[in-house]
Each structure stands twice: as C-alpha cells, then as structure tokens.
Design a protein around this ligand. Structure first.
Ligand code: OFO
Length: 164
C-alpha cells in the first residue's frame, strides 16, 4: 500500500505529466501552423511519451490499491513568439519535472517507501535524456541560426531528435 503523502505527490506528478503531454501537443500544433513539420512530428511524439509516463504512474498506483486521479489540464500555451522561445519553454518544463521527481524521491526516503523510490528511478534516468534532448534542440537552433534557409534546416534537425 501507499502512504498518503506519497499518493498525493504521485497524483501531483500525474497532473504534471498530463500537463506536459498537452503542452507538447500544443507545441506540435503550433509548429505545424508555422510549416515546421519536422519539429511538429518530434513534439507529437514527445506528447505521446508524456502520456505514457502518466499511465505508468497510474498503473503503479492501481497495482498498490491506491487511487490515481485523472487530472484536469489547464494553462496550456498555444501561441509562441518564435521557435526559440518554444524550445526554451520545453527545456524549462523538463527541468521542473526533474525537480518534482527529486522532491518525491526525497519524501520516499523520509517515509521509507523504498519501493516507490525504486519505481521513480526509471523517471530520474529518463529525465537525464529528456533534458539532454531539450538542450540539444536549443543548441541546434543557435548553431544553425535562422538566416537564409536556417529555419528549414533546424526543422530537419529537430525531426531527427525523434531517434535520440
Ligand atoms: Fe518529459 O517527462 Fe515525463 O516524466
């Protein structure tokens, strides 16, 4: 079974994953509108992964007889000034997610819930990759620059991040 403080934190995390899934979907849609089809594909895939992250917590809670809460999703940014702003926002979102996993893991240690701490290890490892990819996207944007056909090339490179 799961202690109440851990249940609450996991439900909070479920809401965060749902939020990032919806946020990535909005980014994908915005990219499509801009003609950035490669980036749109990449963010659509990210969106799906975030939903999988959410469901993994859902299943874990169900398995332990706890009650996962289907979250309300609010405050999704639908418009961006430019691709660079959007990429920065994506990285900041991932950093917040990492911080939250650290917070939950810390509480797990406090209440000696080593099972959940171990379950969360997968997410902590995953976050190293997620942050790396988000940083790489910004790096590519800045390396290539948007002069001439730059934006077109950036879009192609972002599409390749799908396989990272
Ligand atoms: Fe990109 O984060 Fe979920 O966990």
């Amino acid at each position: 079974s799961l202690q109440e403080s851990i249940q609450d934190l996991l439900n909070e995390q479920i809401a965060m994953e749902a939020h990032s899934s919806a946020a990535y979907l909005a980014m994908s849609a915005w990219c499509n509108v801009q003609g950035l089809q490669g980036a749109a594909k990449f963010y659509r895939k990210q969106s799906g992964e975030e939903r999988d992250h959410m469901m993994k917590i859902f299943d874990y809670m169900n398995d332990l007889g706890a009650h996962p809460m289907s979250p309300e999703v609010k405050n999704i940014t639908l418009h961006f000034n430019n691709l660079h702003d959007m990429l920065i926002m994506a990285l900041e979102m991932e950093i917040k997610i990492t911080e939250n996993f650290n917070k939950i893991t810390d509480q797990c240690h406090k209440v000696k819930d080593f099972q959940t701490a171990r379950f969360l290890q997968w997410y902590l490892d995953e976050q190293v990759e997620e942050e790396k990819t988000a940083r790489r996207a910004i790096e590519l944007y800045e390396l290539i620059g948007i002069e001439g056909v730059g934006l077109f090339r950036i879009d192609r490179e972002l599409e390749k991040l799908i396989h990272e």
